[in-house]
Write a protein that binds this ligand. Sequence first.
Ligand SMILES: Nc1ncnc2c1ncn2[C@@H]1O[C@H](COP(=O)(O)OP(=O)(O)OP(=O)(O)O)[C@@H](O)[C@H]1O
Ligand SMILES: [Mg+2]
Length: 266
Amino acid sequence: MSTVFEPLPRVEQDRKVSGAQSREVEEQTPGGGNGFSEDLVVLKSPGSVAAEQFRFLRAQIIRPKSGAPPRTVLISSSLQGEGKTFAACNLAVTVAQGMDEHVLLVDTDLRNPMVHNIFGIGRSPRGLATYLARNEPLSALLHKSFMDKLTILPAGEEPDNPAELLSSQKMHSFISEVRDRYPDRLVILDSSPVILAPETMSIANEVDAVLLMVLRGATPRHVVRDTMERIKQEKLKGIIFNMDRNITRARYYGYGYSYRIREAAK
Ligand SMILES: Nc1ncnc2c1ncn2[C@@H]1O[C@H](COP(=O)(O)OP(=O)(O)OP(=O)(O)O)[C@@H](O)[C@H]1O
Ligand SMILES: [Mg+2]
């Protein structure tokens, strides 16, 4: 049975922090925190309702009511722009702010990677795609973040064949490798939308837990149902309703279209 988590409120007032406030947060952040995005609301506005919800979510994930805590958590959704990256990045920071857990945040959205932007690390030519395509050692591809306990594996260069890479045996072993090699870390994976990038399903089948974002009032009900049916029941640990009505409405057609163009261009 999956849990319906507390809804994530739309963050608007919170994001409008003054320059002075923002500098203060960055000064207090180990490593300076230079260049991280306003989207990291748990750092920019730690007293906000949204930050509180992320702390609540952290507690539910690392101390579940039943069963062992998951070691690998995929954040996904049906369509584009439902808040997957927003949730994955804020959750990663929140877990790393806790007492015990270290976090590895992995950007598996090889088509539209954003994690590097959120953390201001620049689009690196090296990352998950490099690991999958070129057999580079994983340790050489990890980025330290401005938080000691948070490490990032960006997506890396845009491959021609994201679907093949993410569905490959190498991706399968990647997930077991990070799980076994870093036993003290929670691995959080950001992803492409399930309906529009079906290879996300092969990752969903490998991880311990899938959290599904649903953009309330925008994602059509039948689309959510379709996504839920694709994910194995035992993997789907929770649904997070994102209340941000400001996000461009579920970009079903637009996204599919741009995907088709890329596929056709191959
Ligand atoms: N609760 C929220 N409050 C305020 N802004 C939000 C919220 N959720 C998402 N956003 C904003 O909405 C935009 C889209 O969110 P995000 O990039 O996380 O979606 P996504 O599901 O990762 O999209 P994609 O499928 O394209 O990767 C971002 O600019 C993000 O900052
Ligand atoms: Mg995203």
